[in-house]
Design a protein. Structure first.
Ligand code: ATP
Length: 318
């Protein structure tokens, strides 16, 4: 693989379980050395796609390469060069950090074990805690130990499936610093997440719904491509109508593709600016609310995409 070759390049990947299409003609390219965020609602096929990429599942159709290796015929070689952090990872709770990593290195029969374990402890800032029992670590340090176990064999690609689910914001931020440091060393990272702030930390994002790739690009590109016009309404505190009343009144009006409360404000938006403004006109003139036209956020775009994909797929037994 040359430096310019993508780490992942697949096209037309499909996978069904029991007649239900879970990954649907998915094509994706992940440039080498980049962090690609993988987003989408629960059950949209992110984990299944990750498993297809590393050869743990065989696609019903489609083809492609992972690290320049054929996903259909070279999955054992692919697995040797990737680190896969699954949603549920486990350790020996009564072994220390270093003992757990030593155990993993023996299972994988790694050459030069001692050096690799020491280097990984150092690389992830675990050296000072090497003798702490895994069972006594906080959620954030457990995730970091899981990441250490994934990079011990010096993979070129990391597939991280919701690595920070349930971890507090500070630990999540520190985890992302590690991910960026690994990417700066040349690793490619495909990471699934439900957190918007994490999506914004990625070089690029891919948004999946019902197994289909609906958006891809930098955060700015994905927001621009959605073509959303958005407004924010705040309660002016002077009238009888409240934000909750406004949300009820707006839901379902033509052109209102997005009606979402954010704290004390309401975000509304739509893909057809003229239709949106037409429907909003009587409410924009209502002194009960203070309105502001805003740039759409990534979350606005995802809510919009999710709503649109539900419409597109509604009624189809998929
Ligand atoms: N081995 C399997 N057999 C049958 N159905 C499966 C199997 N694996 C996944 N599915 C189904 O495929 C769909 C997609 O699941 P997948 O785990 O890929 O989604 P996801 O986007 O990773 O979701 P989440 O964000 O909740 O992790 C789900 O409806 C799931 O129940």
């Amino acid at each position: 693989m040359t430096a310019a070759a993508p780490a992942i390049a697949v096209e037309g990947l499909s996978k069904s379980f029991g007649g239900r299409t879970v990954v649907d003609a998915l094509s994706l390219t992940v440039p080498a050395g980049k962090i690609m965020g993988f987003l989408g609602p629960n059950g949209s096929g992110k984990t299944t796609t990750i498993r297809l990429l590393c050869g743990l599942l065989t696609p019903d159709s489609g083809r492609g390469t992972c690290l320049g290796l054929d996903i259909l015929t070279q999955s054992p070689e692919i697995r040797r060069q990737i680190g896969y952090m699954t949603q549920k990872f486990s350790f020996y709770e009564d072994l220390s950090i270093v003992e757990n990593l030593d155990f993993v290195s023996r299972v994988f029969d790694l050459a030069d074990r001692k050096r690799k374990v020491a280097a990984t402890l150092e690389r992830l800032g675990l050296a000072d805690r090497r003798d702490q029992l895994a069972g006594q670590l906080s959620g954030g340090w457990k995730q970091r130990l899981a990441l250490a176990a994934c990079i011990l064999h010096e993979p070129r690609l990391l597939l991280l499936d919701e690595p920070t689910a349930g971890v507090d914001p500070k630990a999540r931020r520190e985890f992302w610093e590690q991910i960026h440091a690994l990417a700066a060393d040349g690793l490619t990272v495909l990471v699934s997440t439900h957190y918007m702030d994490e999506a914004e930390r990625c070089h690029e994002i891919a948004y999946l719904a019902y197994g289909r790739l609906l958006a891809r690009g930098t955060v700015a590109e994905v927001i621009a491509a959605a073509g959303l016009t958005t407004f924010t309404a705040q309660d002016s505190g002077t009238g009888a109508m409240r934000i909750a009343d406004l949300a009820r009144a707006l839901a379902g009006l033509p052109g209102l593709d997005l009606v979402a409360p954010f704290g004390s404000a309401l975000h509304v938006g739509g893909g057809d600016a003229a239709l949106l403004r037409h429907s909003l006109a009587p409410f924009l003139a209502n002194p009960d609310f203070v309105w502001r036209e805003d740039a759409p956020t990534l979350e606005d775009v995802f809510i919009h995409l999710m709503g649109r994909s539900t419409d597109n797929f509604a009624g189809g037994a998929r």
